[in-house]
Design a protein around this ligand. Sequence first.
Ligand code: IDC
Length: 357
Amino acid sequence: MRRSLGCILTSIALAAGLLPLFGCATTPSDATDPAENEATPTSEASSEAIDAPVTPSTTGALHVEGAQLVGEHGEVAQLRGVSTHGLAWFPQYVNQEFFTELRQDWNANVVRLALYTSESGGYCTDGNQGELEALVQNGVDFATQADLYAIIDWHILSDANPLQHLESAKAFFAQMSEAFSGNNNVIYEICNEPNGDATWADIKAYANEVIPIIRANAPDAVIIVGTPTWSQGVDEASADPLAFDNVMYALHFYAATHQQDLRDKLSAAISVGLPVFVTEFGICDASGNGRIDYSSADEWIRLMDELNVSYVCWNLSNKDEASALFKPGCAKASGFTEDDLSAEGVWLQSVLRGEIP
Ligand code: IDC
């Protein structure tokens, strides 16, 4: 609610040419800014808009302007939400009741559907492709019903170079973009984390093949492209960006491992106009486990809120690891209370509700 007020005012200012595009800092703390209170519009239409959260039903299809994600009325939009774990391993959280709870109780506005391509059970290894496609389809349908944006994540990881499964990726994204051509809430993330020897040139070559396939069915969809070194190489992307519109670049961090130097890379990328989306982060170390670093995590949140960068937290599972949002003993798939949440889960819920940092 408070966030929307800042964004609406910013978009008015943007439209009037009063602000540079990077000026929107709609953090929860905006609400305490007296200057903003003074500027509160008084018309009924405006106050209705102010009460509207950034969701598909109010903000509509998203597009990219400069470094920012923007809604259909020109409002700067920030997405904040959660990622599934591998859909093959933790399919139980893809259900309507829980997705509705994510929107209404957690105050998330996006869910990411992580489809591992390699690993055991992966889409391009020994996974059941039909079942995995049905999980993605159901996930998008439940997200739509819950008024959430949905990210379809082609989750490369041990298959470090996206070119490795290029043909499968093309077929998969052709199928998905056809199925969801009528949706205004679907975002395509075409390669989770290139790593190892995968260069930015490889990733570009891959993106140049996959993006036109998606665009043939969903011409205006936002597409997110992973960057080198487990999606930390946004500097390489800003030095040599893709030629397409409506494309964003992924940056991933794990707060206990990735500290000020990676935060500086994010700031630098945004300052030169690169649209960055943090499609995955955790507050423990990069293994997805280990120590939680709350102070680094809060620094990250403050920075992303200030820059209006969207972010998605890893992961919806009850696995015994620090990045799982539920406690290992928790067998529920919806109806979660604070008692069911891991330390990261408790922290994330407070972040999404605007209570911290
Ligand atoms: C981790 C999971 C873990 C799983 C492992 C391998 O948390 O349970 O065993 O993958 O499949 C990433 C990846 C993401 C990782 C996560 C934590 O995108 O798949 O999940 N991580 O290691 N990048 C950096 C960290």
